[in-house]
Ligand binder design. Sequence first.
Ligand SMILES: [Zn+2]
Length: 341
Amino acid sequence: MIHAPWRWSVEGKCWLKHRLAAWYWGPRGPGRKRVRRQGLLVVAFHRITTPEAFETGLWSLVNGSPEVFEAMVNFLKDHVTIVSLATLRQALDGRVSLPPGSLLLTFDDGYRDFVTFVAPILKRHRLPAVVFPTTAGLGELKRLLWIDRLALTVDRNLRTESVGEGVPAVHDWRREARKQQLIKAGLKAQSHPAAATAVDWHDGGCGEQEIASRLYLSAEDLRMLDPSIAIGSHGISHRLLTGLSGQEVVRELAESKAVLEAAVGRPIEAFAYPVGRSSDIPREAETLLAQCGYTMGFTMECGHNRLDSAKNRYRLRRVHAGTSLADLQFNMLKALEACPQ
Ligand SMILES: [Zn+2]
């Protein structure tokens, strides 16, 4: 179980920007009008869960509890029109116009929290969304993403290091800080094996298969999703494409697409770049995605999307959902006002 008291102090510092966001989206703010003029917003979520249900992983990937998510949904329904991936595809092809203030909901990495906590809320509100799983959790050999391997190792090592009868474990914030350090080192090295060797990882007896089965959406889970939930690819192993050879990039794109299509029996048309900063996207990404049969690519670059430019379709910008309604409101403000096109 993870407590994150350190987050409260972070939230405290955000007081001013959250006040600004409340005004921006309030009755006297410009938010409602601006969002209707600016094309499409795409919001990126990772995990919605509770401290009790959080088994392992990066706590920083948790966008909030189901209650927080529902509050976000209520706010969005009040200010924007949530559209499906199929509608976006048609709009990019010039076959339909998106309604003013369109917004797409996306969920990266394929955590099983999606079916537990998110899908029921979306169903109740009759809202479409897109999930972008990696194929690590599919097939017989289930592997943890390298990020989750690091997280699990830190969880285990720090947990067993100092826990005694009635003695609290190492503070959770220290554990989370250690995970962040390792992830940053892994990203800097641009290769997951380098990051994986940074920790003492013993595969035997760690129960990786069982943990991966609980942590990620399975092929069966994906098949059972409501048809209003579109599925895209996030690659095979969540490796940064820029750290790979051309051949390996094509494998990440083509094989993940084929595996997902075989698993769910639906065409996979959208790809979300792992990590997704502009520095993580190969220069020839547009060509490679098109060659592999994708029609849309999603980055993690902040901003809104004008649909009048064809080059946008493989570099669609997204807004981080953040970890509270106020965070989401501020990040949407930033995407509309501060991020360049
Ligand atoms: Zn990801």
